[in-house]
Design a protein around this ligand. Sequence first.
Ligand code: DQA
Length: 145
Amino acid sequence: MRILILNGPNLNLLGQREPEIYGRETLRDIELLCEGRAEELGIEIACVQSNSEGALVDALHAHRDWDGVVINAAAYTHTSLAIADAIAAIQVPTVEVHLSNVHAREAVRHTSLISPVVWGQVSGFGYRGYLAALDLLHSRLSELE
Ligand code: DQA
């Protein structure tokens, strides 16, 4: 089983970026935690981060024969029809993750263009959301095998 962990704009600054909202872990910390969990689950992951919408779309296309995607599209969550279309196009089971509880924040963050095309969303649990998303995808994909 192969799962892509895809992170969008400004998440490369995790650790320094508004830690009271996004936590103190760096993106590398989160990726290492995901690698540890992947090893426990016996699955392969790849971690990609980009600040560019097109590069995120390209990464989704490049992994279209993989089994799952965990995506934190960051601000593009609320604006990017292109990323939502890419997820719908590749038809790879996807879980949407947000470190913060987007529903408890500004109204502009309450809308996700991605939510209609994913299996589900994990929001508000910091870095743990990525681990939960990996567990959830692994467990549901295993049931479908
Ligand atoms: C975020 C929430 C988004 O609204 C925001 O633009 C981000 C990060 C989160 O992980 O909480 O950059 O996706």
